[in-house]
Design a protein around this ligand. Structure first.
Ligand SMILES: *Cc1c(COP(=O)(O)O)cnc(C)c1O
Length: 355
């Protein structure tokens, strides 16, 4: 069986040796030594200033929205994982969808400006598949309208844009280290910002709103544990090989897939992380035909993302024709740190003969 991804697992002996450290220390959570070490190493690796490790990527989004005190209309993308939208709803904001560019598949300045009003309190969009669009134009837009931008960077671990970490753009960036992501800590996530006051506030509300023994705000529990940090510290060491393998696999897909299948227009100013290999079929009918052929031999790509988030059943519908059309025709092909050349050749030949 071949799924859309397979979580990377290091040699169990590496994990056990860190477990032994935990047993010696006796500290399991609450900013223990492994959490602190992971935060320091990730900040250094990503070249970012303020890096907060949290329990998952959804809590990261909620903490970001909460820290910026967003209330009312927030402009967001219809093409992302549902957590991007639900975190807004959970924080009592009103998602206003800006359709996506058919090229970058992200909401760009033009699409954002189309729905921007005096009621817009913030922007929350996604670097979908680690891709991004006009980040400098969006920073300008944020400055022009004095409006904060949160980037959901759940897919963007390690991506650099114009030579610097993609997490250095926007007011706050978030990441997810869920087991299905390119770099994982089993469950986990992060908040990144260049604003030291905001970082301080986030640090407080991540831990119930404590400051020492004082209580300064109504916070939440967004902390992560030593056991999760241990997995992160090990996986970070293996990340260069994980990424290299995924790059080779992506290049083989690129070579073997029929030319008529549309690929993503990767931003040429980005260093990619090869987190996903999405392909766009000419119609939903063709996509379903290909999926049936692959599923028949136990290969399970994923319709990621489907449906478009503006079509979620619990929301009042707002039309986003581009996102709705793309969501019907896009699929992510299997990609992992282990996928073999033979598997990729097989997937590509099944797709070719099904078209
Ligand atoms: C995975 C993901 C999330 C949620 O992250 P969790 O760590 O699973 O909570 C949010 N946004 C996007 C775009 C994601 O892919």
């Amino acid at each position: 069986m071949l799924h859309v991804t397979k979580s990377f697992l290091p040699d169990i002996k590496e994990y056990i040796s860190l477990l032994e450290e935990i047993w010696t220390n006796g500290q399991l959570t609450n900013d223990g030594p492994l959490v602190i070490e992971l935060e320091r190493k990730l900040a250094e690796y990503l070249e970012v200033e303020h890096f907060l490790y949290v329990s998952n990527g959804t809590i990261a989004l909620q903490l970001a929205i909460n820290a910026l005190e967003l209330a009312g209309d927030v402009i967001t993308t219809p093409f992302s994982y549902c957590a991007t939208t639900t975190s807004l709803i959970w924080e009592k904001c009103n998602p206003i969808f800006a359709d996506i560019s058919p090229i970058s598949l992200t909401s760009e300045r033009v699409q954002i400006e189309r729905v921007l009003t005096t009621d817009s309190k913030g922007i929350l969009t996604t670097h979908v598949y680690g891709n991004c669009a006009d980040l400098l134009d969006q920073e300008q837009l944020a400055a022009d309208y004095q409006i904060p931008i949160i980037y959901d960077g759940a897919h963007a671990f390690g991506v650099r844009h114009q030579g610097k970490s993609i997490f250095n753009y926007g007011t706050i960036s978030t990441c997810s280290f869920h087991a299905t992501k390119i770099f994982h800590t089993i469950e986990g996530g992060a908040l990144i910002t260049r604003d030291s006051n905001l970082a301080e506030k986030l640090r407080g509300i991540r831990s119930f709103g404590h400051k020492g023994d004082d209580y300064f705000a109504a916070g939440i529990n967004g902390k992560n544990s030593e056991f999760h940090a241990a997995m992160g510290l090990i996986n970070l060491k293996h990340f260069p090989q994980i990424k290299a393998h995924r790059q080779l696999a992506s290049e083989l897909y690129e070579l073997r897939l029929p030319a008529e299948i549309q690929r993503i227009a990767w931003n040429s100013e980005n260093d990619r992380n090869y987190s996903y290999f999405p392909v766009i079929f000419s119609s939903e009918e063709t996509l379903l035909k290909v999926l049936r052929a692959l599923n028949a031999v136990q290969i399970f790509p994923r319709r990621y993302f489907y449906p478009a988030l503006n079509e979620l059943p619990y929301l009042t519908y707002q039309a986003c024709p581009v996102a709705e059309d793309i969501a019907k025709r896009i699929v992510c092909l299997p990609l992992s740190a282990e996928i073999s050349t033979v598997d990729i050749e097989r997937i590509c030949s099944i797709i070719s003969s099904t078209l």
